[in-house]
Design a protein around this ligand. Structure first.
Ligand code: SAM
Length: 250
């Protein structure tokens, strides 16, 4: 997969995109990651990428001409169309299923905003707009890194074990079950016995139950779309009825 990023701060990507799994993915040729400095497509001495907003108001807006030229030039780098993603707080909320969708593209181009954001006309160059959450960052770079990280680890061969991404939070529609490692007792807290007895069917069943319990406790909204057995649905209903019948605390 090729990931291109258009930004006025290419240096921000150096550490995060060269470290750990992402760095390895690049070394192994599973991910090609390229940054492009938007200022290279400006036409004035000061390499200006912003201008004041029509209609007045605070802040500056990203100039459309350098952005348009840059996107065209980056698209021309390869025959394959780069799926173009503008990072913006008003975009579709990024989640694990969006990461899976993006990982199916051979090329993705992330366009990072700064200042008060994009000139609205340039949004027509986007195949989609993505937000990483309901908060406002100073720029799209961190958002592009978050999305690239989540997408890159889904590419075949990036994670050490092919199944590592299969059971994780969100991939099954549930949060992940609790994980433990050695020692078996730490600060008087024991690792559950079932995980130490080597009975894989029991371990599977315990993990599944814990995933459902945790999701019900922390993210009940996810259960609406999770694939659940009839026993699990019945158990969830009993738990909800039980919670409803408890007197409310002051
Ligand atoms: N004035 C804009 C608004 O209210 O929607 C916010 C602009 S923000 C200060 C500057 C840039 O940061 C945006 O153009 C976008 O690229 C990026 N950004 C900020 N928050 C983001 C978020 N939650 N998700 C994705 N990108 C974000």
């Amino acid at each position: 997969m090729i990931v291109d990023v258009l930004t006025i701060f290419p240096e921000m990507f150096e550490g995060p995109m060269s470290t750990s799994m992402i760095g390895l993915a690049r070394e192994r040729g599973l991910l090609e990651f390229r940054t492009h400095d938007l200022r290279d497509w400006t036409s004035d001495r000061h390499r200006t990428t912003d201008d004041s907003p029509y209609g007045g108001g605070p802040g500056m807006v990203m100039k459309p001409e350098p952005l348009g030229r840059a996107i065209e030039a980056i698209q021309d780098l390869d025959d394959e169309h780069a799926h173009t993603v503008f990072l913006t707080p008003s975009g579709r909320r990024f989640d694990q299923s969006t990461a899976e969708e993006l990982s199916a593209h051979d090329r993705v181009l992330f366009v990072c905003g700064r200042y008060e954001g994009f000139d609205a006309r340039t949004l027509s160059l986007a195949d989609e707009e993505l937000s990483i959450g309901d908060y406002v960052l100073t720029g799209g770079e961190l958002a592009a890194m978050v999305v690239t990280d989540a997408v890159a680890r889904l590419l075949p061969g990036v994670l050490g074990h092919e199944d590592s991404a299969v059971d994780e939070s969100f991939s099954t529609g549930l949060l992940e079950y609790p994980q433990y490692t050695r020692p078996a007792v730490w600060q008087d807290i024991e690792v559950p016995e079932v995980l130490r007895n080597g009975d894989h069917a029991k371990i599977e069943a315990w993990r599944r139950r814990k995933a459902v319990e945790l999701t019900l406790a922390r993210r009940p909204d996810l259960l609406e779309h999770a694939e659940l057995t009839s026993e699990e649905n019945a158990w969830i209903e009993r738990e909800k009825d039980h919670a409803d019948s408890q007197p409310e605390e002051d």
